[in-house]
Design a protein around this ligand. Structure first.
Ligand code: NAP
Length: 246
């Protein structure tokens, strides 16, 4: 029987690579995007996944920081692919890179709502379709959830929260056959990393033991491992080139 995966923030970066990997693993994939500018990227990605892997796809616009949008996203999946969800990948995220005196209340609230509260919404809404069937949630954290990073107070708070949320859900839902894990990537070359000072990135990169910035395929591979690892729950896996060894 066909299995269904939902992935948030799928148009670009890590979401794009993980969505392709979900198709390769044989899932019908629900691709979420937020910005109008991401619609055509999402449509192209959906076609690429269907053409390459012969699975079905569905593109759904939703701002995952809003409960009603998450509800519409989950219900769109149920309407198209039936009332079972096998994998949920909570990937959507934003960052500010702002000094904590200069940052505005609106900016840090948006980071918490997009990177943390959205996961509460999505898990709350999707879990009724996931319990008692060997299913899996993958939550996107960051090394910012493991160590402190200057100018990332809101982001680090959100990503630490993602790790805590994942552990608690893993305990609460283990007996209902839902595994919950998080990925805490180091620096991966996407639009998010291109948005910060490149001199600082280059300087930090020299401190990575494996000697390079990560590629989106490094994270897609990690996600595939988590999705296919039946004895793994409550864990945080951090592909970061050895930059952080918690
Ligand atoms: P990215 O290239 O900037 O992509 C972020 C994605 O999130 C975009 O597709 C964006 O959609 C989506 N998104 C943002 N806010 C959203 C919202 N409210 N509702 C729905 N979608 C939303 O970033 P990335 O590097 O791929 O990051 C993906 C995840 O990995 C994030 O959670 C990030 O914190 C985490 N991460 C990244 C790195 C890194 O070095 N790149 C390291 C650690 C963790 P639209 O384009 O439609 O707005």
């Amino acid at each position: 029987m066909a299995k269904t995966a939902i992935i948030t923030g799928a148009a670009r970066g890590l979401g794009n690579a993980m969505a392709l990997k979900l198709g390769e693993l044989g899932f019908d994939v629900v691709l979420n995007y937020r910005s109008e500018s991401s619609k055509s990227l999402s449509d192209d990605l959906a076609k690429e996944i269907s053409d390459n892997y012969g699975v079905k796809t569905l593109v759904v616009r939703a701002d995952v920081s809003k409960y009603e949008d998450c509800e519409a996203l989950v219900q769109a999946s149920v309407a198209e692919f039936g009332d079972t969800i096998d994998v949920l990948v909570n990937n959507a995220g934003i960052t500010n890179n702002a000094n904590f005196i200069d940052i505005t209340k609106e900016q840090y609230t948006a980071v918490i709502e997009t990177n943390l509260i959205s996961l509460l919404h999505m898990c709350h809404l999707a879990l009724p379709y996931m319990v008692d069937r060997d299913t899996c949630i993958v939550n996107m954290a960051s090394i910012g959830g493991l160590v402190g990073v200057a100018n990332q107070v809101d982001y680090c708070a959100a990503k630490s929260g993602v790790i805590g949320l994942s552990r608690a859900l893993a305990v609460e839902f283990a007996s209902r056959k839902v595994r919950v894990n998080s990925i805490a990537p180091g620096m991966i070359m996407t639009d998010m990393l291109k948005g910060v000072n490149q001199d600082e990135v280059a300087a930090l990169a020299t401190a990575i033991p494996l000697g390079r910035i990560g590629d989106v395929s490094d994270i897609a591979g990690c996600m595939a491992y988590i999705v296919t690892a039946p004895y793994l729950t409550g864990q945080t896996i951090s592909p970061n080139g050895g930059f952080v060894m918690p």
